[in-house]
Design a protein around this ligand. Structure first.
Ligand code: KG4
Ligand code: ZN
Length: 354
């Protein structure tokens, strides 16, 4: 299958429209040259999924179908561009929920086909990492700590668009652990922000284990910590003791943050990183931001953290990552498939920029 549309790099500035529907946010953005946000419209389904205590995949895809066209029209209107001004259409190809991804992929293909412009499939985590490029110029090599509801990864980025995973979670993602612990304490979904808030109200935390794994490992494991929290809750219940969600939240958060920070700093040193990037929904965590900022200052390591609106799922980050491919003429075919398990390393750019 040939790539979609013509390679139009010489005739236009890089004005990329991107669609993101990998989980429970429908988002469309228009971004210029991978750095200037012309629009970034995000419609969250959180209120729908809240009553179920988590994202229900079938409902998520139906909601994307309902809203994607409206969000697309709004993003184009807000950006003040004509459809004919666009250089390419980008879309999250994976990873994510297959039904949700499919809605975005079909919408993006239809637009690219109608406008006869290139289509670019994007890796969701590359998007989270390149959200930082919407805020500040990146310097390589860099290390990115990606922490979201579905991912916990340490990524070495030796040059633009090249991704090497050096560590990842062996069980729960950091955000997933936050959400499960919050649920066990009766807090609403998504629980991360609530645990973060409670943790800041406590002077002292309930002691919790740190899971370092093998001494040289950059991998993470959070399910043991989650079980430790459940054990504290169960014991208190059995003994009829008062439960202290505030102290439990602090104990849990201190453990997660210490392990994330130490491994990210060690990786940055080993790979000679010029910058440490924080990415993903859990990057909104105040405890993590504060601890990383303090450690990075001590190590004289520049820390990049996107604003909250660019930490959680949004299409501007997808457009920023797509620009890497557009610049190199690495376009996707019109038979692009949604890939729920797409590999980040395989998505790396093929050619250095000449
Ligand atoms: O990146 P994201 O929007 O979606 C995924 O791709 O997963 O991340 C959502 C995750 C949820 O698990 C949510 O609880 C967590 O990020 N989160 C937080 C905070 N804000 C959002 N976790 C800890 N502290 C926060 N302040
Ligand atoms: Zn995400």
């Amino acid at each position: 299958m040939p790539t979609s549309g013509k390679d139009n790099r010489s005739s236009r500035p890089g004005l990329i429209l991107a669609v993101e529907t990998s989980c429970d946010e429908t988002s469309v953005a228009v971004v210029e040259n991978g750095t200037i946000i012309r629009s970034n419209v995000v419609s969250s389904q959180i209120n729908t999924h809240k009553r179920y205590g988590g994202v229900v995949p079938e409902i998520a895809s139906r909601k994307h179908v309902e809203s994607v066209t409206l969000i697309l029209e709004e993003a184009v209107r807000e950006a003040g561009v004509r459809l004919t001004d666009l250089s390419a259409v980008a879309v999250t190809q994976g990873p994510g929920l297959v039904g949700s991804l499919l809605v975005g992929v079909v919408a993006a293909k239809a637009l690219a086909c109608a406008l006869q412009i290139p289509l670019i499939g994007v890796h969701h985590i590359a998007g989270h990492i390149y959200a930082n490029q919407l805020v500040q110029e990146l310097e390589y090599p860099l290390v990115a700590l990606v922490v979201s509801g579905g991912h916990t990864e340490l990524v070495h980025v030796p040059s633009p668009g090249v991704f090497r995973i050096i560590g990842q979670t062996r069980d729960d993602a950091a955000g997933e652990a936050y959400d499960k612990v919050a649920r066990a304490m009766g807090l609403p979904y998504p629980g991360g922000p609530h645990v973060d808030r409670l943790a800041h109200e406590a002077d002292e935390g309930v002691p919790m284990p740190r899971v370092w794994l093998e001494p040289d490992s950059y991998d993470f494991s959070f399910s043991g910590l989650k079980s430790a929290v459940l054990a504290v809750l169960n014991q208190a219940k059995m003994r009829g003791d008062v439960v202290h969600p505030v102290r439990i939240s602090k104990g849990f958060q201190d453990s997660v943050v210490e392990v994330l920070v130490e491994k990210a700093i060690r990786a940055s040193k080993e790979f000679g990183a010029k910058q440490l990037l924080l990415a993903g929904g859990v990057a909104a965590n105040r405890g993590l931001r504060e601890a990383l900022a303090a450690r990075c200052q001590r190590e004289s390591l520049p820390l990049l953290v996107p604003p909250l609106s660019l930490c959680t799922d949004n299409a501007a980050m997808i457009a920023a990552a797509a620009f890497l491919k557009w610049e190199r003429g690495e376009l996707s075919p019109l038979d692009l498939k949604a890939e729920p398990l797409l590999s980040l390393e395989d998505w790396s750019v093929k050619e250095p920029l000449v």
